[in-house]
Design a binder for this molecule. Structure first.
Ligand SMILES: [Zn+2]
Length: 71
C-alpha cells in the first residue's frame, strides 16, 4: 500500500508500516517506542503516525523531557 508523499511530492513515496519500533531522541537521551503504525516516505524519510501511535510517540518524548529536567 503506497501513496503520495506530501512532504517531497514523490507519487508513491509513502509506504504503510505497522508494529514498527521507533526511536525518540531528546538531547543525549533515547527511548524506543514499540509497535508504532503509520506512513513513512522512502524518498525523504518523512514519517506520519496514525493517531494513537502519534500520541504514544509524543508521550514518550514528553516523559523523557520531564524526566531530564531538574526538580
Ligand atoms: Zn517524501
Amino acid at each position: 500500500m503506497k501513496r503520495e508523499c506530501l512532504c517531497c511530492g514523490a507519487p508513491q513515496g509513502m509506504e504503510r508500516f505497522e508494529g514498527r519500533p521507533l526511536e525518540v531522541s531528546y538531547q543525549d537521551l533515547k527511548r524506543t517506542v514499540p509497535g508504532l503504525a503509520g506512513w513513512a516516505c522512502s524518498e525523504c524519510g518523512e514519517v506520519e503516525f496514525d493517531g494513537a501511535s502519534a500520541l504514544r510517540y509524543a508521550k514518550a518524548g514528553d516523559e523523557m523531557i520531564e524526566g531530564s529536567s531538574p526538580g
